[in-house]
Design a protein around this ligand. Structure first.
Ligand code: SF4
Length: 398
């Protein structure tokens, strides 16, 4: 019953559009069951795929063809792709899974800017992925875990608890799902195609941005998340720019240090929410383990080592952290850190009673930050009617 508020919202008259998916054809569920134990191709980097193809006795050059079909053509019907040796196509068909995540439910926000997908995993768990169209850009909000162990008080994912990490393949598959959606949308409306470029990748509207801000704490699942970003950045595949991928953490310090030491080129966002230790620990329990002082040291280490700014996220909660004195505290804390502050009015969840700040308070907060030379944005609230906003993603486990 805990998550009923958004379930029922979807079904009321004049509610946002909802599609419930059933198996496409008889036997589809059986086919998926039989694929349960097969490794997913989405979990392989291009060089790992090449090594596999060579191990199977084929020439490594075929890996690039498989990669192209998988990521640019959206195909995995290997036995009908004649440029692959028959034996290789047969092994791909019988021993590997394409790794697509079956869609259980799709909801569209009433303003048309946001779509939320409920996707199934092989072990029966489910995750949510969001497609957002803001300012002419398409961004996918991707999950990194089933649930989350961090327990941020205002967050629906935190309220549902932690179940397990996602694999790199499951993270990549979410981006591929959104990209496929764009391909289908373009087929319905060819005007959305980017250009008449010969590459199949450009014949449909492209997924250009990814934010790892869905379900889960990405730095709690570091290896799989970073591997997924490498696969998504591969120039022969989706070819996402490193600066088009933003990883958001609540402050997992070892992960922040590791990002810097490995010089991972993606952007980093840190959820701050409070500028003093006691208040932050009451909103973000993980701050009891990694204190605000330690977090700021890690952030300074990151910006110095990476020579780039950091994004700080601040969920604005009325009367809790949106007063003028809170804004001054942020200003004092961050004025020497190269950064941008993203202010996000709280999105409602059934497990938290806080209220979002109004626009006047948000603007006042922003103007105080400006006094300290801190650039900031107030994030547009989108997708709230389908519970697709920041902190709203959650699955009601049976
Ligand atoms: S805000 Fe992020 S880190 Fe915090 S509980 Fe939610 S998903 Fe986890």
């Amino acid at each position: 019953m805990r998550w009923r508020h958004w379930e029922s919202t979807e079904f009321r008259p004049n509610s946002p559009r909802l599609r419930v998916y059933k198996p496409a054809r008889p036997g589809c569920a059986d086919r998926l069951m039989s694929e349960e134990t097969r490794p997913s191709l989405y979990g392989y980097t291009c060089s790992e795929l090449e090594a596999l193809v060579v191990e199977w006795g084929s020439k490594g050059v075929h890996a690039a063809k498989i990669w192209r079909h998988l990521y640019l053509e959206g195909r995995s019907d290997w036995e009908t792709i004649h440029e692959l040796p028959q034996q290789l196509a047969q092994r791909l068909h019988t021993e590997m899974s394409a790794g697509e995540l079956p869609i259980t439910r799709e909801t569209h926000s009433s303003d048309g800017f946001t779509r939320k997908y409920l996707l199934g995993l092989k072990d029966g768990h489910q995750i949510e992925t969001v497609l957002m169209r803001y300012s002419g850009r398409v961004t996918a909000c991707i999950s990194s875990q089933v649930g989350c162990a961090m327990g941020c008080v205002f967050c629906a994912t935190g309220q549902m608890g932690y179940t397990r990490h996602l694999t790199a393949a499951e993270i990549v598959a979410q981006a591929l799902h959104v990209d496929r959606t764009l391909r289908e949308t373009t087929q319905e409306n060819p005007a959305l195609a980017e250009s008449d470029h010969e590459s199949p990748h450009h014949r449909h509207e492209r997924l250009r941005n990814i934010v790892l801000m869905g379900m889960g704490e990405p730095l709690h699942n570091y290896d799989a998340v970073i591997k997924a970003t490498e696969i998504l950045r591969d120039p022969g595949g989706l070819a996402l720019g490193a600066k088009k991928i933003t990883l958001s953490t609540v402050g997992v310090i070892p992960g922040i240090i590791r990002l810097a030491d490995e010089r991972q080129p993606i952007h980093l966002a840190v959820s701050l929410h409070a500028a003093d230790q006691a208040k932050r620990a009451s909103i973000v329990p993980v701050a009891k383990k990694w204190t605000l002082d330690e977090l700021m040291q890690a952030c300074r280490y990151y910006v110095e080592k990476m020579d780039r700014r950091i994004f700080f996220e601040w969920t604005l909660i009325e009367g809790e952290n949106d007063r003028a004195e809170d804004a001054h505290a942020v200003g004092r804390l961050l004025k020497t850190v190269p950064c941008q502050v993203n202010l996000i009015p709280l999105n409602p969840t059934s497990g938290y009673e806080g209220v979002p700040s109004d626009l006047t308070s948000a603007k006042r907060f922003q103007s105080i930050l400006a006094e300290y030379g801190l650039p900031s944005t107030v994030r547009q609230r989108r997708g709230i009617d389908i519970a697709a906003g920041c902190g709203q993603l959650a699955i009601a486990e049976e």
